[in-house]
Design a protein. Structure first.
Length: 346
């Protein structure tokens, strides 16, 4: 059965895979009577199912085989049936805690005329000169956008991306902050370096073209150089930069704070700027996230075994139906589209 948007959001909240943007949507819904009425029966239904499971004598802890550990880890990142997250009476306590949390979040949301006192899905702070007017461009899921900065540099923004930059660059440095994915074609100016703030990373160039990928819901930051040279500092205080040249990609892990550098075809890595999606033995969890952003849909993969699969293919300006036909054929699965929700199953 296809889930509603409300059920999808609650499901992701419980599984701890809710993005900042989705949390904003959930909180906004809690402030509207008509939406709140939609959430209430869903929560009540899940709770009743949970209690019924706990009463069942056949209810037992699932056995995790060693080969299943990777799939289990990946499955936590996607929307699966709620009942899989509860296996004993501690689940009821967790559910009650969830309801309390929702109530607390709703209290802050409903009683404040300003935004919540937390930063969600925003670009990390960059160092701009004092009193410098800045502007933010945000591209929603399902859209792409190209913009030209005051120095003549061109930035192409992928879906679900935000960038902050000064209205006019100062005399010493050109600084921007990025969250999401963007391709930069930087106008050369040796007297004024171009610096991109990407979380804790600082990317510095004089004039070159390169792709930066830094999504909040992904553990890795990717920097791929198409032309010229790029200098990367792993934190704002680092004094030893990493130098990348053409057709090199730096992959930085946010969780381990480690990195690796690989040789790639930079043109293929940034093919999205031309409307092309290219996958090369790409894990299904990465394919899922890419499609959700590119087509502005929510994907639910019902069988966690499908996360063992990967996908290879090149798709240029294809429709969602055409893309799903290709992917499900390759992994021997079926799909169903209902509004902005896609169900993939064996």
């Amino acid at each position: 059965m296809v889930r509603s948007r409300a059920e999808y959001l609650i499901n992701k909240l419980i599984s701890n895979t809710l993005t900042g943007k989705e949390l904003d949507e959930l909180l906004e819904g809690l402030g509207k009577d008509e939406t709140l009425q939609e959430y209430s029966p869903i929560l009540e239904n899940y709770f009743n199912e949970l209690v019924e499971e706990e009463r069942s004598p056949s209810n037992s802890e699932p056995t995790i085989k060693p080969d299943d550990e990777t799939a289990l880890t990946r499955s936590k990142r996607t929307s699966l049936p709620i009942r899989t997250f509860y296996t004993d009476y501690r689940g009821i306590a967790a559910f009650v805690t969830l309801l309390f949390s929702l109530g607390t979040l709703y209290y802050f949301f409903a009683t404040s005329n300003s935004t919540l006192p937390i930063a969600l899905n925003q670009p990390k702070t960059a160092t701009f000169a004092p009193n410098t007017p800045t502007k933010e461009e945000a591209v929603p899921r399902g859209k792409r956008k190209s913009l030209r900065l005051s120095d003549g540099s061109v930035v192409k923004l992928n879906s679900d991306t935000k960038i902050r930059f000064p209205n006019a660059f100062g005399q010493a440095v050109r600084t921007v902050a990025l969250q999401g994915e963007a391709f930069f074609d930087v106008e050369r100016d040796e007297s004024k370096p171009f610096v991109i703030s990407v979380g804790d990373l600082r990317i510095k160039v004089l004039g070159t073209s390169f792709n930066v990928k830094n999504y909040d819901d992904e553990n890795e930051v990717e920097i791929t150089v198409r032309s010229g040279r790029v200098s990367v500092n792993l934190n704002a205080q680092s004094s030893t930069p990493i130098i990348l040249i053409k057709d090199q990609k730096l992959i930085y892990s946010k969780s381990t704070e480690s990195f690796r550098i690989t040789d790639v075809n930079a043109g293929q890595e940034s093919s999205w700027v031309n409307g092309s999606l290219q996958f090369n033995n790409t894990p299904m969890i990465s394919v899922e996230r890419t499609l959700e952003k590119w087509y502005d849909v929510d994907i639910i993969i019902e069988n966690k075994a499908l996360y063992h699969t990967s996908f290879t293919g090149v798709h240029l300006n294809e429709s969602l139906d055409s893309m799903l036909e290709s992917i499900t054929y390759a992994i021997d699965a079926q799909y169903e589209i209902n509004g902005k929700t896609v169900i993939i199953r064996n």
